[in-house]
Design a protein around this ligand. Sequence first.
Ligand SMILES: Nc1ncnc2c1ncn2[C@@H]1O[C@H](COP(=O)(O)OP(=O)(O)OP(=O)(O)O)[C@@H](O)[C@H]1O
Length: 321
Amino acid sequence: MTASDEGFIDVRGLEKSFTVRRRGGLWRRTAEQVRAVDGVSFALRRGEMAGFIGPNGAGKSTTVKMLTGILTPTGGRLRVAGLDPQRERTRLVRRIGVVFGQRTTLWWDLPLRDSYGLVRRMYRIPKARYEANLERCVELLELGALLDVPVRQLSLGQRMRGDIAAALLHEPDVLYLDEPTIGLDVVSKAKVRDFLVDLNAERGTTVLLTTHDLSDIEHLCKRVVVIDHGRLMYDGALAGLHEIGQSRRTLVVDLERELPPIEKVDGARTVRTEGPRQWLTFPASASAAPLVAQIAARYPLVDLSVREPDIEDVIARMYGT
Ligand SMILES: Nc1ncnc2c1ncn2[C@@H]1O[C@H](COP(=O)(O)OP(=O)(O)OP(=O)(O)O)[C@@H](O)[C@H]1O
């Protein structure tokens, strides 16, 4: 691995401010700076798959637009595949693929096959390479029966698979995915996820995945980068988010009979009771064993189980929502 593989996507102190004009009274208009991205730094290794998450308005799209060269940063430094996205945008375009879940890059009235032909001409992909890539995508994304269907007649899941293939025909080294499973049913989601895992393993494509669907991240990414209000909140292993979010695990306790809420158990709090069953929460970082021992010593315990924190709760806690 070379030094450039280490920082294949390299973001340092990235900033983007927008000037927004607002009415400051009947006649006056005031110009206000919105700091959409406010000093964000992270780096992805070549071949890494990372989740890029944060609440609405956090600055994710603005960051991705800068990474693709669509927007110019107002500060900081950026490198993608060794290129400066703003100065070398034309060269960069050949190295990256972009998929937006909420809108298609395909031609609405054309069959998929014709859309792909246009993509081939746009990128000037040599015939043999194009055909090999198309064949691979068609096979893995199960597009064979759909190639002659106009895009407007495809289901959302089929269209998404079609869009992913379109983004990969020129064999990009970097793939940006923005909500790639939004609105998809369980089967389509699984197909898209499986394909991305294979793509990453086979071709070593570097993937930055923006999503509100945290199960996408759980299936695909070991690493997450979290931003909020334009600032980096967390960058690391998915598992570590739990600690950062100070999340709590839940102990579900079945007693012999209905009793008043369990009290005086170190670090645990009874949050719900329903007949003989009680729910206690405790810090995710703590061990359940001493709590169970304390409960068993003072209450007629029949059964118990521990529930892990939901990643969505963890994120919500991080954001203080
Ligand atoms: N062209 C623009 N002009 C002014 N403000 C903008 C512009 N684009 C984005 N913003 C503001 O910058 C902030 C970050 O927006 P951005 O779209 O990057 O967030 P996001 O994390 O992608 O959100 P979402 O998940 O809703 O897509 C928001 O406050 C947004 O209103």
